[in-house]
Design a protein around this ligand. Structure first.
Ligand code: NAD
Length: 338
């Protein structure tokens, strides 16, 4: 952590959510004392609240609110978006597209405030869907986003916002960074309610089945679709490294694990952690996204000498334990995250 970084004001947008909250904690743990956390959710609903951090409750699709959020900022991290797992992004494409307002106003506000660096949380959903029609997928490299045929709604919004980041560097000289996240999971994330992603949903279903003495689990699709899953600690570290690499200015880069697994394998890992074996009921009409997707990490390894490497079994065990606590707390009538 440089002295400039330590002295400057860091703004994290979307800090009431999963990755934004973890990023605030990551910076606070590293001794940064000037952090402003912003989210539209009321404070009691934030997943993590870090002591001594300035917290603002603002709707960042509004331009004036973005100017307030970015006042005096030296670094801005935009993790705010209306998003969720496959069930959400396939059903609510308009909400996903409308997140373009957040990045549009945040990047302009950051630039006007004289921020030195701006981070945008993009997604593997920018990649051409035609390259992801086989579970035995070739890992996606950064250049595979063009010619473009992104995921409808969510993916196109991310691709368009990436371009904003590139042009703010080329035309206005603001140093921007773009991480294309591949499925992030971990504690303090959404685990119920419709916006949760596959790892959290599977853990919750295993926990529920055990608790209710049920011997089956519902799986969306045929379970053969493949993905890679990145543990949250790798994500926060990767964001920091990408943001501060002078070789990656305005250059989209994959931030994901290269450990490809099928959804069936993901279920097996969760069952092993929970110590159960469940009968699988496949819902073939449920949202399931592309057939296969993996992160090609050649570029991140070459430029940063690092890649996300937490094994799925290790990260999922921590996630499972956290969700189980949430589940039991909720059952006992206590307040929980999401
Ligand atoms: P999240 O839903 O947990 O957090 C997003 C936060 O943004 C929420 O707290 C939400 O209240 C806030 N937000 C939404 N609209 C807002 C607005 N108008 N003003 C202010 N705040 C607003 O999601 P997450 O998993 O933490 O994702 C963070 C970022 O990473 C998003 O940009 C997402 O698209 C991207 N991403 C996440 C994943 C993943 O697997 N979690 C994968 C790819 C990309």
């Amino acid at each position: 952590m440089s002295d400039t970084q330590k002295a400057g004001l860091i703004v994290v947008a979307g800090a009431g959510g999963f990755i934004g909250g973890a990023l605030v904690k990551y910076f606070a743990d590293r001794g940064l004392t000037r952090i402003r956390a912003v989210d539209k959710k009321p404070l009691p609903e934030w997943y993590q609240r870090v002591p001594n951090v300035e917290c603002l409750c603002l709707d960042l699709s509004d331009e004036a609110n973005c100017r307030r959020a970015c006042e005096n900022a030296t670094e801005v991290y935009n993790l705010a978006a209306d998003m969720g797992g496959m069930g959400f992004i396939e059903r609510f494409r308009i909400e996903c597209l409308r997140s373009v307002l957040i990045n549009t106003h945040m990047i302009e506000a950051a630039c006007r405030a004289g921020a030195q660096r701006y981070f945008f949380s993009s997604s593997a959903c920018v990649y051409n869907t035609e390259l992801q029609e086989d579970p035995d997928v070739r890992a996606l490299k950064e250049s595979d986003a063009y010619p473009a045929m992104a995921e409808r709604g969510y993916g196109w919004e991310k691709l368009f916002s990436e371009m904003f980041c590139q042009e703010y560097w080329h035309e206005r000289g603001m140093q921007t960074a773009i991480g294309r996240f591949h499925n992030v999971y971990g504690p303090f994330g959404t685990w119920d309610g419709g916006r949760e992603k596959a790892p959290a949903a599977i853990c919750r279903k295993v926990i529920e089945a055990k608790d209710r003495g049920c011997d089956s689990i519902e799986i969306w699709g045929d379970g053969k679709q493949t993905r890679s899953f990145m543990y949250i600690d790798d994500c926060t570290r990767g964001v920091d490294l990408i943001m501060h690499s002078d070789d990656l200015i305005a250059t989209p880069i994959n931030l994901g694990s290269g450990e490809l697994v099928s959804i069936n394998q993901l279920v097996s890992v969760a069952e092993e952690i929970g110590g159960v074996k469940l009968r699988r009921e496949y819902r073939l009409d449920a949202p399931q996204g592309v057939a296969g997707r993996n992160s090609d990490n050649a570029m991140i390894k070459q430029i940063l000498g690092w890649e996300p490497d937490t094994p799925l079994g290790e990260g999922l065990a921590k996630t499972y334990a956290w969700i189980e606590r949430q589940y039991l707390d909720r059952k006992a009538g206590k307040r929980t995250v999401s």
